[in-house]
Design a protein around this ligand. Structure first.
Ligand code: 0XW
Ligand code: MG
Length: 374
């Protein structure tokens, strides 16, 4: 291999960083984000470079567990230590063969390897992914599921700050009439034009979701992941005629194809930790381009590393196929990198430095929970 690209992994260091939401974020079925653990990984090389990864699972949200990251990483140390991180996909294939499943663990490793590869090449990750197609990306604002009046206030504040896409969380109180009020009132408050969509995070029955959907079917509204299965989501879509975004049910190629065949994937959330990192997210991105699904490119939760990684994928995607992105780091404290990408007039830009282009502040990391050396 060309000198400069012949690196060797010498160490893996892992931190647990609690991230506190500025405003507790309520979803259906008792799911909430108040303080949530994010896992931050540094992969060091013998040559003196480092790459950063992050994964921040929300409890009860997906099969992913922050405290499972350390033992899974110990299990993968024999594959990673001594290996060349450049040319990420071969090494990640070996990781997936060694530890089946656990895509959220593969995700933070994969992100760190893309960071190292970008630094070795002296280019941002979006250049490695095919090149910059959007220097600025549209953000949505996610509105915690509280009283409809308060959700209207949050939507109006976000709109004043330039946001044009509003995700209205539904189902936290199991009252379908209140969900109707949430959607109608936010739709009315933001006026014609902006995108408004209601996300149940799998928490509705088919009957309740259909009642809500039919009660707002005269409005310009999109629905998101009302029920736990794709088949139920497809049934709600066909009963209401409203467009549908799939989130929790889309996590690999097979599930994307299934959603497409069921005709319920007008839009889809591509989250790094559902798929297993940047490598698999870009495959999903390319499949969505083929089947014509608009993409929300993001992660479950997290701070500056997860946010930057998703922005690199989104920035290298044809703009007409990008529904939106999420400034996860803007919902929580602390910021891992205070100079990381930040919301500006409803839009956000990927970092432009080599690799991911973000570096955590050591003061925010504290003591590591795990340190492994070759
Ligand atoms: C992943 N969330 C819980 C956080 C993001 O802001 C959006 C939301 C979702 O489920 O789409
Ligand atoms: Mg969602």
């Amino acid at each position: 291999m060309t000198p400069g690209f012949e690196l060797q992994i010498s160490g893996l260091t892992l931190w647990r960083v609690p991230l506190t939401s500025h405003e507790t974020y309520f979803m259906s079925s008792g799911k909430a984000c108040a303080t949530v653990d994010s896992m931050v990984l540094r992969v060091d090389t013998v040559q003196g470079t480092s790459g950063w990864g992050e994964v921040c699972p929300i409890p009860n949200y997906l099969p992913a567990y922050a405290r499972g990251v350390a033992p899974a990483l110990e299990n993968l140390a024999s594959v990673l230590l001594g290996a060349n991180p450049v040319g990420v996909e071969a090494l990640m294939a070996a990781c997936r063969k060694h530890l089946l499943g656990h895509p959220y663990v593969h995700s933070l490793i994969d992100i760190a390897l893309w960071d190292l590869t970008g630094k070795a090449c002296g280019v941002p990750v979006y250049t490695l992914l095919g090149g910059l197609q959007s220097a600025e990306l549209p953000l949505y604002h996610s509105i915690t599921c509280i009283a409809p009046d308060d959700m209207v206030r949050i939507a109006a504040e976000a709109q004043l700050a330039g946001i044009r896409q509003f995700q209205v969380k539904l189902g936290a109180d199991n009252c379908w009439e209140t969900d109707v009020a949430r959607l109608r009132m936010v739709r009315e408050a933001v006026g014609k034009g902006p995108l408004v969509y209601g996300d149940w995070n799998c928490g509705a029955t088919r009957l309740d979701a259909t009642r809500v959907a039919r009660a707002v079917a005269d409005l310009d509204i999109m629905l998101e992941q009302p029920c736990p299965t794709l088949e139920e989501c497809a049934a709600v879509r066909s009963a209401s005629g409203l467009p549908m975004k799939i989130d929790e049910n889309a996590h690999d190629t097979a599930s994307l194809l299934n959603a497409y065949e069921l005709g319920c994937m007008d839009a889809v959330a591509l989250k790094l930790s559902k798929f297993g990192g940047i490598s698999l997210l870009r495959q999903a991105r390319d499949l969505c381009l083929h089947v014509g699904a608009k993409m929300c490119i993001e992660d479950t939760w997290g701070s500056d590393i997860a946010t930057a990684a998703a922005l690199h994928v989104a920035a290298s995607t044809p703009p007409q196929a990008v529904l939106n992105v999420c400034d996860l780091s803007g919902y929580v404290s602390p910021r891992l990198d205070a100079s990381g990408p930040t919301r500006n007039a409803g839009r956000i830009s990927p970092p432009t430095g080599p690799g991911l282009g973000v570096t955590p502040n050591p003061d925010e990391l504290g003591e590591p929970v795990l340190a492994l050396a070759a």
